[in-house]
Design a protein around this ligand. Structure first.
Ligand code: ADP
Length: 220
């Protein structure tokens, strides 16, 4: 990796593959910003902004929010000062338009993608994980209620907020999200392979073990 400029990483993988958990940890370890489009959207929904109200309709169905909204959101986020220290994009790009626009934005910023991490997890495991997932509405940290529960009953270890089940984690919506990912995103992510920046990581293991595999894949 080129260490003369800030690091730019993409975290990809289907819903429930662990993108949020691992990109948050990695950003923390590397001292770069964690930019998760799902979190940015949920902040807008929680604040009941016009954008949040529009996005919620798509998110509750398990569909993608329109490209125009997402491209503008990422352009704005990448122009904030903390992005200058480097970043990991979690859940973006998900469509060909988003990928093409991202390439242009990075070129304008003098940036290029150092690595695309793809977390690979079998579908059955994903459905199980998402049905057991509870999320902190304040900091977005995710817990698996059997394998990685919070210390205090149903409250977040970090800020004490009562954990919630995301409305899009209902089994039917999960199945739809997986189909949308297969139809619209898997092929887009494959394209990065031609630049040999893709690092495929088997995400079917404990959080610590997968973290180790990601670090190894990045040569950290
Ligand atoms: P997951 O990856 O598990 O679906 P996220 O929290 O990353 O969870 O995203 C939740 C929802 O937010 C998605 O189902 C979609 O509706 C919306 N979303 C997030 N990122 C994007 C994106 N890049 N393009 C379109 N919609 C997005």
């Amino acid at each position: 990796m080129d260490s003369s400029r800030p690091m730019c990483l993409l975290m990809a993988g289907s819903p429930g593959s662990g993108k949020g958990t691992h990109s948050r940890r990695l950003a923390n370890d590397l001292g770069i910003s964690h930019i998760a489009t799902g979190d940015l959207l949920r902040e807008q929904v929680a604040a009941d902004t016009p954008l949040g109200r529009e996005a919620k309709v798509y998110m509750d169905r398990g569909d993608y929010v329109p490209d125009k909204v997402m491209v503008d959101m990422i352009r704005h986020r990448l122009s904030e000062p903390d992005a200058e220290k480097g970043f990991i994009l979690d859940g973006y790009p998900r469509t060909q338009t988003q990928a093409t626009e991202l390439d242009k934005m990075l070129a304008d910023l003098g940036q290029q993608i150092d690595a695309v991490i793809i977390l690979e997890v079998p579908v059955d495991e994903i459905v199980e994980r998402l049905s057991a997932r509870r999320t902190c509405p304040a900091c977005q940290r995710a817990y698996h209620m059997r394998d990685d529960p919070p210390a205090d009953d149903e409250r977040c270890d970090d800020d004490g907020a009562p954990l919630e089940r995301r409305t899009d984690d209902e089994p039917d919506t999960v199945r739809h999200r997986l189909k949308v990912y297969a139809d619209r995103t898997a092929g887009v992510i494959e394209h990065y392979d031609v630049d040999s920046v893709v690092r495929r990581v088997n995400g079917e293991a404990s959080v610590d073990e997968v973290a180790k595999r990601i670090d190894e894949a990045l040569g950290l």
